[in-house]
Design a protein around this ligand. Structure first.
Ligand code: FEO
Length: 166
């Protein structure tokens, strides 16, 4: 059985993951408006990945005898100044999420909740990947914007396929 403190903290993370999904969907919509369909596709899949993260925690809460309590999701921004600014925001956002995951691990360790600590290690590894992939796109998009190769980058992003959470 999960503690009330851990349950509350994991519910906050469900909300944070749903917000991430909402944020990336909003970014996808921004790219669609610019007719950058590859960027829009990449962001849409990112939004789906974030939803799968939320569901992973939701399932874990139920499995541990806890309760997933769904609160309001904050409205994400609608506009950015440029595609580069969007990906700068993604990198920033993922760094923030990594901080949230680390806090959850700290709590699980403090509570001697080995099951939650073990569960959260998947997210620790995932965040390494999330930050690296967001950084990679940011570096490429900066280069493309400078060199005028944004169209080529957009084609590359269009090839992304969904990798569901294990
Ligand atoms: Fe669910 Fe992008 O972290």
């Amino acid at each position: 059985m999960i503690s009330e403190k851990m349950e509350t903290a994991l519910n906050q993370q469900v909300n944070a993951e749903l917000y991430s999904s909402y944020l990336y969907l909003s970014m996808s919509s921004y790219f669609s408006e610019l007719n950058l369909s590859g960027c829009a596709h990449w962001m849409r899949l990112q939004a789906q990945e974030e939803l799968s993260h939320a569901l992973k925690i939701y399932d874990y809460l139920n499995e541990r005898g806890g309760r997933a309590q769904l609160g309001a999701i904050e409205a994400p921004p609608q506009k950015w100044d440029s595609p580069v600014e969007v990906f700068e925001s993604v990198v920033c956002h993922e760094q923030k999420v990594t901080g949230l995951i680390n806090q959850l691990v700290d709590l699980a360790i403090g509570e001697k909740d080995h099951a939650s600590n073990n569960f959260l290690q998947w997210f620790v590894a995932e965040q390494v990947e999330e930050e690296a992939s967001a950084n990679e796109v940011l570096q490429k998009i900066r280069l493309a914007a400078k060199e005028g190769g944004l169209f080529i980058l957009d084609q590359e992003l269009a090839k992304r396929v969904l990798t569901p959470a294990a």
